[in-house]
Design a protein around this ligand. Structure first.
Ligand code: AMP
Ligand code: GLY
Length: 430
């Protein structure tokens, strides 16, 4: 295929804005569509938003519009089977099938999978009966970690430092239905696992079913407030590379986690294709454990990672859908990229929508404001979700990237905006 292609990005967050921004730079790409996209992809005259989210309707639209390659950003359409739907109809799409996406969509599936294949992770038990879950916490004690089984947009995990917090989390997830998270067969279920200590990193690879290629390393900031205080969020900022992922940690993550996972999925009859993201806990001993799997790129990790990618992403993804990843070498900018998420008032519990964004800095070669929770309304960009923007910049080193990203944030204005002031602090300390 040498004709310039039409490409579709599925999703509407900051990660998808970054994917679309990178794909439109490809010499192989004639047009990038984003479904449903956001205010940022609407503002960009090179991108076209498609207001469809239903998986079948998307497939019909892609067929009718001659889409040559589809890339899926978020977990929800993957868990809903978008890859299966496209493939059954002969459409080229990069991502895991619905069955493979269970590595993320079901904590019980992924924990049992890791245990079965000897992949290092925290010891755990699964419960749907609250009385048994409470009894387990009483027996094991705190600190302990309670996780809702199902997709919860980063809000389904409680790291309980006391038994009381763990009991409260069990009631919240299993008894009250306020979180609204159901596992794949329906109903509420929790995984309770032992508490791990160390430093976290995001380890993201591309899989074509045969070859695994690691992307540049990155680190996210999950807590809402500076110095990693406050509630867990989907991620408040990220940078790449992450110095905590030393060559030795990289080797162990590949050999002990990623490769056994890809081999194990194939052995279980569920071959894995797509992005695979292992949330790593790097323990003080140097051991590397798996906190979770995601069946997609990270958000906001994607934004700094793609700012550093020099290779043609469309070429790489095409190769990945043809099991030709072994022929591709990814080239990375040596500079550091850092992204600061600007969130809405009330995020993460009850983000306010509809605040007009009154100032937005222009993009440059070194700094790009990727949109997430924004829409265009009457010719104006307004907030439409929890994480609103991600100001991402390249710098000669981490301090430089941080300075440039925060200069970019200083050019943003909307009511109630909140952001962390310390993105990158762990790497600056070391
Ligand atoms: P997860 O969605 O499973 O990655 O969990 C979200 C966050 O909770 C992680 O990024 C960690 O900060 C924390 N976490 C999850 N599992 C554990 C664990 N076993 N021990 C300590 N912290 C954890
Ligand atoms: N930033 C974490 C995630 O995408 O799950």
């Amino acid at each position: 295929m040498t004709e310039p292609m039409k490409v579709l990005v599925v999703g509407g967050g900051g990660r998808e804005h970054a994917l679309a921004w990178k794909l439109k730079q490809s010499r192989r790409v004639a047009q990038v569509y984003v479904a449903p996209g956001n205010g940022g992809t609407a503002l960009d005259s090179d991108l076209v938003n498609v207001p469809i989210t239903d998986v079948r309707a998307l497939r019909e639209w892609a067929q009718a519009h001659g889409i040559a390659l589809t890339v899926v950003g978020p977990e929800a359409p993957l868990a809903a089977g978008v890859v299966d739907e496209f493939r059954v109809h002969g459409l080229r799409i990069f991502g895991p099938t619905q069955a493979a996406a269970q590595l993320e969509s079901s904590k019980a599936f992924s924990k049992a999978f890791m245990q079965r294949h000897g992949i290092p992770t925290a010891a755990y038990e699964t419960f749907s009966d609250p009385a048994q879950a409470h009894a387990y916490v009483d027996r094991v004690g705190a600190p302990i970690v309670v996780k809702a089984d199902g997709l919860a947009a980063g809000k389904g995990v409680v790291v309980a430092m006391t038994q009381a917090e763990a009991h409260e989390a069990i009631d919240f997830m299993l008894v009250d239905t306020t979180l609204g998270v159901a596992h794949n067969e329906g109903g509420a279920r929790v995984v309770i696992e032992s508490f791990l200590q160390g430093e976290e990193a995001s380890f993201i690879v591309l899989c074509d079913g045969k070859t695994v290629t690691a992307l540049a390393t990155s680190q996210d900031h999950k807590r809402l407030l500076d110095a990693d205080q406050g509630p867990n969020t989907g991620g408040m900022g990220a940078y790449s590379p992450a110095p905590v992922v030393t060559p030795e940690v990289h080797r162990r993550a590949m050999e002990e986690i990623i490769l056994p996972t890809v081999r194990g999925m194939a052995a279980d009859g569920i071959p894995y294709t797509g992005f695979l993201y292992a949330g790593l806990m790097i323990e003080p001993s140097g051991a590397v454990k798996t906190l979770e799997f995601n069946c997609r790129m990270g958000d906001p990790e994607t934004q700094p990672i793609l700012m550093r990618l020099q290779s043609d992403l469309a070429e790489v993804l095409l190769a990945a859908t043809e099991q030709r990843l072994d022929q591709m070498t990814l080239l990375w900018d040596d500079r550091v990229a850092l992204g600061v998420v600007v969130a809405a008032h009330g995020y993460p519990l009850s983000p306010r929508k509809g605040d007009p964004i009154t100032r937005l800095p222009a993009d440059s070669a070194e700094a790009v404001v990727f949109h997430a929770g924004t829409v265009m309304k009457d010719g104006q960009v307004v907030t439409a979700g929890g994480r609103v923007l991600c100001a991402t910049a390249l710098g000669a080193d981490l301090a430089d990237a941080q300075r440039k990203a925060y200069a970019c944030v200083a050019g943003v204005a909307f009511d109630g905006m909140q952001y962390r002031r310390d993105i990158g602090y762990r790497a600056l300390k070391s």
